[in-house]
Design a binder for this molecule. Sequence first.
Ligand SMILES: NC(=O)c1ccc[n+]([C@@H]2O[C@H](COP(=O)([O-])OP(=O)(O)OC[C@H]3O[C@@H](n4cnc5c(N)ncnc54)[C@H](OP(=O)(O)O)[C@@H]3O)[C@@H](O)[C@H]2O)c1
Length: 348
Amino acid sequence: MASKKGKTRRRKKVKVAINGYGTIGKRVADAVNLQKDMSVVGVTKTKPDFEAKMAVKKGYKLYAAIEERAELFDKAGIKIEGTIDDLIEKADVVIDCSPSKVGAENKEKYVKAGVKAIFQGGEKESVAEVSFNALSCYDKAIGKDYVRVVSCNTTGLTRVLYLIKENFGIKKVRATMIRRVVDPKEDKKGLVNGIMPNPIALPSHHGPDVKTVLDVDITTVAFKVPTTLMHVHSINVVPEEVPSRDDVIEVLKSEPRILLLSEKDGFTSTAKIVEWAREVRMRYDLYENCVWEESISIVDGEIYLTQAIHQEAIVVPENVDAIRAMFELKSRDESMKITNESLGIGSL
Ligand SMILES: NC(=O)c1ccc[n+]([C@@H]2O[C@H](COP(=O)([O-])OP(=O)(O)OC[C@H]3O[C@@H](n4cnc5c(N)ncnc54)[C@H](OP(=O)(O)O)[C@@H]3O)[C@@H](O)[C@H]2O)c1
């Protein structure tokens, strides 16, 4: 079978399929839909539920993610265009947003069809040729066929650490991840009244995952806590050159994907950040790292800061940039600028 991979550069818009229209998939679909150089050719669901109905209502062509479940959509009166195999045929790239570890199972279909694919952070590093963060390693994904966008926590860590490393150098990083236990829509699992060291033995997987996209000495510990809104990271960096607090603030302010928020404005917790985001963004999606300005400190030559990460949104711009890198459409800075403008990043 002739590979589709070689043909794609001549096309005007990259045709993007979203396999798994869930928390991440629906957001990535809407973000891709806002770009001039790519379009959504279809999305998939396994269940004919409200999310499937919403996809159709928004104008996305809906396909069954699992062939055997196609008839459930007919029975529920929801129009589908076919199955994932039909959708893959129409796509230049599949963004796999299926549940963790399912992406690796789906890969066989993409390889067989000769279509490029982007996987998410729930997959192992080995699922793709490279792991991706736009700031730290856009160029590594140029022309690649299989790319993994790292997880929400890894994306949040990598952005700030890349900026610190580029400007001051990094000897080592120690970070504590205070993780939201599940996403807000989850009603089958959660943690109601406890704080769970997760994992109990060091290190958590986040440090090693950062190393897939940024060369840095990092150790992380992680806890799950009973909240659904955002993660919080407490980060401590030993830099090569000790900056002033103002130097750090200036560097972070210069990057649109970092937002500096202040306690003076009432941002005393993730609850307040989300309350504000509900006013300024659809679905209160915060694509930016939210760094508390007052937390930025230099103590004994080490940098400290605390940031909040909206887990449902932060990887969305990275998926859009990954497409541009894989199809060699734009340089890192050009792609990030276009993505930022389309999503309102840098305008809050
Ligand atoms: N949520 C986060 O905070 C977050 C942040 C960063 C990265 N990620 C990563 O992003 C990926 C997706 O996570 P998510 O939170 O978006 O999950 P999710 O909300 O559970 O959505 C998963 C979607 O995949 C569909 N699906 C189920 N089985 C499938 C299959 N065999 N093939 C294709 N699609 C299938 C589901 O359809 P039905 O609902 O119809 O069954 C659903 O639409 C995971 O790798 C996760 O680790 C998640």
